[in-house]
Design a protein around this ligand. Sequence first.
Ligand SMILES: [Zn+2]
Length: 304
Amino acid sequence: MSYERRPIGPEEDLQDLMDAFGELFEGAYMGELRSLGSCEEQVFSFDVEYADLMEHDVIRDHLVDDIERFMLTGEQVLNDRFRQHMKAPCRLVLRLAGLPEERRRPLDSLRMRDRGRLFTFDVAVTGTTPPIGYLQRATYTCRVPGCGETVQVDQRLAREREKPSSCQACMQRMFDGLPDNDEGEYIRRMAEQRGMFGDFGLVTEDLRYIDVQYLSVVDVVPSGKGPWGQGRHTWTAVVDEDHVGSYPVGSLLRLHATVNVDHLPERTFAKDTRRCLLLRVEGIEPLDDAAHVDDVQWSNGPPV
Ligand SMILES: [Zn+2]
């Protein structure tokens, strides 16, 4: 399988992906969706096996794209299909499970060229931060009198908040009734509207925050007989939603995560050109052999 990135293109492409996710959830995962209808947690991780995704042509072709958008799209379809079975307010978070051996990588081998790729890592948790909020989605409304168009913009972690660049509704109104090839009228209208297209205000009551937490992690090399090996460097992984607060120091985990680029801690992103790699966790499974650092023998002492 190729690692080449292919952007999710036009609307119909995205619609194909949504239909494919719908088929998958209504098929192999229907029983699970039904049984979750009475779940008591407000947020619930929903594991989807990597092999099931790879079996579906359309989904497989998109899995090497922008993973964040891939996961958001799948999660949106998952919750749409789940709604009819839901007995109490509950939201499902799409997670990946069972990534194959060929996706395994040591953390210490990661480089900038791995940015955007999805791998699986065996790690020990050596540190955690308190939970923090992350603005995942912001809603804006056009300030042009009489317009009021609202637009939702998905935000990226640890970046300046992004707003829409132009209002499609205003743009459409401006061109309505414009005679063909009337360049003079076109220029006159553009001049009149200048500066108005990007005038958006944030709708403060419609901000979507999710919980995130930063984990410090090191490589571990599990061995049934022991002792286990360990990595040299400490890396940072970001977990979200119901994963927050669930994995204390000493947890031994298999993380399925995408490689992201972040600013150095304590530095302003815009003014410092140095970057570090950050793992965005898309799924967590406990390591089979042990649940905690203290349960195994280490070749050089435990990585804490
Ligand atoms: Zn507008």
